[in-house]
Ligand binder design. Structure first.
Ligand SMILES: Nc1ncnc2c1ncn2[C@@H]1O[C@H](COP(=O)(O)OP(=O)(O)O)[C@@H](O)[C@H]1O
Ligand SMILES: [Mg+2]
Length: 249
């Protein structure tokens, strides 16, 4: 397993957001973590990335439990992880090219190598010709693609996407889910996508983990999940809001 969570808990304010999350992710696989808005998906991602610490539990990255590590020990492992934040989180004061080059410049790679890699990745993500544009000049779909380029340029072993299709129309959304799938196949990075969008699940997921009432309620293949007869899962998949709350807690 490339990633293994054991009984992870997190309370924020008075809210027990995560109450014992167990999860295993195999190398190279595409996993969607799904759950209703507010279920704790983003909180869970932040814990895995070490941006905040769980109250209890273990987060194993390969042979290393990340939880007790300090920032300095965590840093080299974090460099093996890429993250595409929900809002893209581009630097608004940098053009496309410089945004994408950022991680490589931080690592002090030679400028010729940086330029070559940036050009290659921009071409791959259909952004050729837009190198000098500022984020404010880009469409929603283009911003997402720049955010993808920024995350994959350093060839992470593990890549996380938080709600990658949020705010996109169905076509823009399919464009992004196609790219996520293809990049996973091309580069082989283990891919974890957080979403509440069932179309994204259909288009991306091999495995699904359903976060519900502070735990992973079900972890299974995408086919099993989408056709599940379980009342809570079925209600979630088909957007039956009232029934989905039955059995919560
Ligand atoms: N920094 C915080 N302080 C207090 N509560 C928070 C904080 N971050 C998230 N929460 C709460 O934790 C719950 C889960 O949030 P989140 O992980 O963002 O949900 P989602 O599944 O939609 O990504 C929500 O009820 C949210 O209000
Ligand atoms: Mg979220």
């Amino acid at each position: 397993m490339v990633l293994r969570l054991v009984e992870v808990t997190k309370t924020l304010g008075t809210q027990h957001v995560l109450e014992g999350v167990n999860l295993e992710v195999a190398p190279r696989e595409r996993l969607c973590i799904v759950g209703r808005s507010g279920a704790g998906k983003s909180v869970l991602l932040r814990l895995i990335l070490g941006l905040s610490k769980p109250d209890s539990g273990e987060i194993w990255y390969g042979e290393t439990n990340l939880v007790p590590l300090r920032d300095r020990e965590l840093a080299p492992l974090r460099r093996e992880m890429g993250m595409v934040f929900q809002n893209g989180a581009l630097f608004d004061f940098m053009n496309v090219e410089d945004n994408v080059a950022f991680a490589l410049r931080e690592r002090r790679r030679p400028e010729t190598e940086i330029r070559e890699k940036v050009a290659r990745i921009l071409e791959r993500l259909f952004l050729k010709g837009h190198e000098k544009k500022m984020p404010a000049e880009l469409s929603g779909g283009m911003r997402k693609r720049v955010a993808l380029a920024r995350a994959i340029i350093s060839r992470p072993k593990l890549i996380f996407y938080d709600e990658p299709t949020a705010g996109l129309d169905p076509i823009g959304s399919t464009e992004i889910t196609d790219l996520i799938r293809c990049l996973n196949e091309e580069f082989g990075a283990t891919t974890i996508v957080v979403t509440h969008d069932m179309r994204s699940v259909e288009q991306i997921a091999q495995q699904v983990a359903f976060l519900h009432a502070g735990r992973i309620y079900q972890a299974c293949s995408a086919e099993e999940f989408l056709s599940s007869k379980d009342r809570v899962v079925n209600a979630f998949v088909h957007g039956l809001v009232e029934e989905a709350t039955v059995g919560a807690g």
